[in-house]
Design a binder for this molecule. Structure first.
Ligand code: NOJ
Length: 548
């Protein structure tokens, strides 16, 4: 019997559009839908299969759009619903699927439901977690939970009650035990599916259901998304799976198929696989790859673990090197490397006193991209990775926008450094991000941004942009349907695997490694690689010499 070919989402390269920083069509310094539409041909030429657009709904921007005031409309500074529909249709015409970002754990404090809750109506409050405080006068929060961004996860209302927000105070957590909450989100999914959207990335997918009674956690220390969740009564509760069975039923009403990808920072790949059972979600981000230090032995273990866990539920593994929440790959690899997986916020602060070697980080980021794109499953590329942009670590404090900065008591600089508006042209600020030269962007771009622009990289055959273009084109024939990973034993500092006759090698050590005689280099992460693989480089190999 012929093997059915995989669905697009099982092998896709998905490009993450952080819309606020992608392209600005209106000239106000903020990315928008028009800008995205103008740049869709760029994404088609890059060779991506799909885009995931970060939240584009009306929002007071307490957390860059992850505080949604209306799930069925478009943020006015980004455009209109008509423009959004046009963007979806134009992407489809170019062969690009469209994934949106759904934010079900919390709304904005400006959402109609929370406004009604503030007016004191008990039935409106029941859609959120509103509780009396502890202490004689109720002056203490109802439990000891900490916000992911720092400080208590509770804010007191004028009448003395407290409401829960695992993130910013402008992001009150919804009560998913309430039937109206469940019905409303199933309806929101259908609203966008009816407009042709191909699926959703689910924000904080592991947080919707809280342990009954909201008990204290034994580890109340604030932690990153990664570290804070194991055993914590706010995260990864079994009740969450029933919600996704309902969502899957909504998606399954549609053709062509509509899909979900979960953002769930859970304790292990085994816990993550539970979200991917056949009647739940299609895929989930496996984040260990973006926490992998530049060490072949850790990389091998992370890859095996991710593939093995996804296979237990028949889901494709997913590979993420960076996103809008973590330090950019170039900078992560630009400093000395720990022996184990790195954290996310932990990483941001720990290295502040070690100067980054961006040239080294760039070499490694390019090599890591070749590893990522050679693996089976789905790959996510965060905007700017294809330009090898680095984290901007020296933003002036007074321009920082991430709520993490203030909520951490100005100790964690937050995520603004990976969200700088993209450079499109090698000119002057805003480097083609907005049509108007000289207009200020919502986060300032550094003076050297033009060097990394699309325009500058198009001129350079060895640029990272051209490496990504070549890799995405070659991936279709060389890797997409190539089968399982078989590890090759080469050297401790080399991770090398074969899939369907092709090989990928990466050298994380500091010595050259000879490549096999009977192989041809199909693509290398650095120019001039032929018979020898230098440190911090990766290659894709075809078996056989050029004369075969
Ligand atoms: C995860 C998102 O990726 C992040 O940017 C956001 O701050 C939190 N969820 C809260 O919605």
């Amino acid at each position: 019997m012929p093997v059915p070919s995989p669905s697009w989402w099982q092998t896709a390269v998905v490009y993450q559009v952080y819309i606020r920083s992608f392209a600005d069509g209106s000239g106000d310094g903020i990315g928008d839908v028009q800008g995205l539409r103008q740049r869709l041909p760029y994404l088609a030429e890059l060779g991506v299969d799909a885009i995931w657009i970060n939240p584009w709904y009306p929002s007071p921007m307490a957390d860059a759009g992850y505080d949604v005031a209306d799930y069925r409309d478009i943020e006015p500074s980004y455009g209109t619903l008509d423009e959004a529909q046009a963007a979806i249709a134009e992407a489809h015409t170019l062969g690009i699927k469209v994934l949106l970002d759904i934010v079900p754990n919390h709304t904005s404090d400006q959402h109609a439901w929370f406004r009604a809750a503030l007016s004191g109506q008990p039935q409106a409050r029941a859609r959120y977690h509103v509780r009396p405080g502890r202490g004689a006068g109720g002056e203490l929060p109802p439990n000891n939970w900490q916000s992911i961004f720092g400080g208590p996860a509770w804010t007191r209302l004028p009448d003395g009650d407290w409401y829960l927000h695992l993130f910013a105070p402008g992001q009150p957590d919804l009560n998913w035990e309430h039937p109206e909450v469940r019905a409303e989100f199933e309806d929101i999914l259908a609203f966008w599916f009816d407009r042709g959207v191909d699926g959703f990335r689910i924000d904080v997918a592991h947080g919707l259901v809280k342990k009954a009674g909201l008990p204290d956690t034994v580890s109340a220390a604030p932690g990153s998304l990664v570290e804070s969740n194991e055993g914590h009564p706010a995260w990864d509760q079994d009740g969450v799976h029933e919600i996704y069975r309902g969502w899957r039923a909504v998606a399954d009403r549609y053709a062509p198929e509509r899909i979900f990808i979960a953002e769930a920072w859970v304790g292990s790949n085994e816990r993550l696989a539970r979200y991917l059972r056949p009647d739940e979600l299609h895929t989930a981000f496996q984040f260990d790859f973006l926490r992998t230090p530049w060490r072949a032995e850790v990389m091998r273990a992370v890859i095996d673990d991710a593939i093995g866990a996804a296979a237990t539920v028949g889901a494709p593994p997913t590979w993420v090197l960076s996103n809008h929440d973590v330090t950019r790959t170039v900078t992560r690899f630009a400093r000395s490397q720990p022996e184990h997986l790195v954290g996310t916020d932990w990483e941001r602060n720990r290295w502040a006193d070690e100067d980054p070697d961006h040239a080294l980080g760039r070499k490694r980021a390019r090599a890591a991209a070749l590893v990522q794109l050679a693996l089976p499953g789905t790959a996510y590329v965060y905007q700017g990775e294809e330009l090898a942009l680095e984290e901007i670590e020296d933003l002036p404090d007074d321009v920082r926008q991430d709520p993490t900065w203030a909520q951490s008591g100005f100790t964690d600089v937050g995520r603004d450094g990976c969200r700088i508006p993209l450079p499109w042209t090698d000119t002057a600020p805003p480097y083609g991000f907005a049509a108007e030269s000289g207009s200020a962007t919502w986060l300032p771009q550094p003076a050297h941004w033009g060097e990394h622009s699309v325009e500058a990289q198009e001129r350079d055959p060895d640029s990272t942009l051209n490496l990504y273009r070549a890799a995405l084109a070659l991936r279709r024939t060389m890797w997409r349907d190539a089968g399982d990973v078989k590890w090759l034993t080469v050297a401790p500092d080399v991770a090398a695997f074969e899939r369907g006759g092709a090989q990928c090698w990466v050298n994380t050590g500091d010595a050259d490694v000879a490549l096999p005689d009977v192989a041809t280099v199909a693509l290398a992460s650095a120019p001039g690689v032929d018979r020898v693989l230098p440190p911090d480089c990766a290659v894709w190999l075809h078996s056989g010499t050029p004369t075969d």
